[in-house]
Ligand binder design. Sequence first.
Ligand SMILES: Nc1nc2c(ncn2[C@@H]2O[C@H](COP(=O)(O)OP(=O)(O)OP(=O)(O)O)[C@@H](O)[C@H]2O)c(=O)[nH]1
Ligand SMILES: [Mg+2]
Length: 212
Amino acid sequence: MADTTKRKLDASGIAYTAAASKRQFPKPLRQEIVFVGRSNVGKSTLVNALSKRKNLARTSKTPGKTRLVFFYEASPDFYFVDLPGYGYAQASRDKQEAFSRVTDDYFNDDRPIALVLILLDIRRGFGTLDLQMLDYVCHHAIAWQVVLTKADKLSRQAALKAEREVMEVITQYADMYGHPALFPISVAAGLKPGDERMQCLENRIMEFISEQ
Ligand SMILES: Nc1nc2c(ncn2[C@@H]2O[C@H](COP(=O)(O)OP(=O)(O)OP(=O)(O)O)[C@@H](O)[C@H]2O)c(=O)[nH]1
Ligand SMILES: [Mg+2]
């Protein structure tokens, strides 16, 4: 286990810490951009795309791959935090728990969270656990932005319809908690770093980083 606690360098020289529990989290010295969502939704893929590195965050066809909290030193100013996916029954020893213990540890640790990116598969929209996560971040007054993944799986027209449906839920929550109703940003794994949608997401992240 000691092996997982150390700060490591990935193949492209980016440093990261993989933490299995609270005491392995790095010191809260930088702001954190957090990626949450169901298992297999594409969190690690998006961390890679935003870091413009392949295989920085390990992606997998098997749901439940990311069981640790990964803190990627994506920039000198912030970490990208890749949390374990939820909704994968076998991933948690206690199947009654919606979110893994290390996820609870993370949110209960008073981390310097700049923004939580809530990832939804564009074909599924909000599920029960996503709404629970949304309730959680709203309740704790943490800033959030919905990102729709796998946009390549739908036609443009179907994607627009999915975006509108998700926006209805976002508006309800935003109104309820006094959060700005931010339109969801749709992305797909194959998008180039300079793509307009990726650019929009990068700009959104930087807005929250500079707001602190
Ligand atoms: N078509 C398509 N496939 C994607 C996209 N993003 C991710 N995938 C695929 O979806 C699978 C899961 O992606 P991951 O990034 O590992 O998902 P994750 O959310 O990190 O999963 P966990 O670590 O289990 O929580 C992989 O096979 C990816 O290649 C996308 O935008 N389009
Ligand atoms: Mg992952």
